[in-house]
Design a protein around this ligand. Sequence first.
Ligand SMILES: C[S@@+](CC[C@H](N)C(=O)[O-])C[C@H]1O[C@@H](n2cnc3c(N)ncnc32)[C@H](O)[C@@H]1O
Length: 281
Amino acid sequence: MLFPPHSMYNRLYVYYLDRMDLPRVDDPDHIGTWIEDDNAILFFHTPKDDLVRDICSTSGSEIIYQADLDYQDWEAGTNITSFATKTLAVQPVWENNKGQYDGFQKIILDPSVIFGSGFHATTRLCLETLELVLNQSGEKIESVLDLGTGTGLLAIAAAKFGVDHITAVDNNPLACEVARRNVQLNRCDAQVRVKQLDLKSEIPDIGRYDLVIANLYKELLLTLVSNTEFWNAKMYMLSGFIVGMEPELLASFPSREIIFLHRGNREKWRLWLLKKKKAGL
Ligand SMILES: C[S@@+](CC[C@H](N)C(=O)[O-])C[C@H]1O[C@@H](n2cnc3c(N)ncnc32)[C@H](O)[C@@H]1O
């Protein structure tokens, strides 16, 4: 995340360690620590070989590899900048748009090194469909569950579109930290609760939510949609899959109980907006 003296991301210095139980990293150039498969990936704004060597010797860990790269390369070549949907403008913390988006709902975002800047096709599909559902569909959506929230962008957008009860979950502790910070930056604390949770071993109480958003990788989507407990909400927005994956996904869920409302396309990516049929229909 960005804290003074840093006001944007330029070069990233990345250290991949073979353990996840590290001492707290107290350094002004530390962007965050990403935990994945029992490993820790440390991100800094500047080279930190000595500091990371110290961390390794106190924790008994080793550097598996290290790299440095431009932030734009980390973001798959995308220049992260402001953008807008029909009614919502999303602005990275380092930009100032000086009236360019007057009349729009606004989100200020620190995307850090987490998925969910708004520039991936699946995030944009979800954002635009969310806007459609919450602003134009006439569906009564009072609660939203965002599974795999990343930066928190979709959860915060739901709050900006007027939803009062939103739970955002992610298994990556750094994603949760970033999402919490973005929730604070956008003053949505009263509406959005961020929770660290691994969807492979636990799913939240889905029946409490009107809309479930799941922009996830295919295997996790398959696990979720195969679980009958997953189908206790009213509506679903699923993304993170490409056209070739649709038949397998479709075969894994109780399609007779589900109405297809919308199928979104962007590049090779797809989105499904689904509604659970009322009992007896
Ligand atoms: C494709 S990204 C979507 C991020 C954001 N919702 C968006 O639409 O841009 C998927 C997110 O799911 C999270 N995730 C992956 N596996 C997970 C798991 N087992 N439990 C919870 N979250 C998971 C990742 O950390 C990542 O932030």
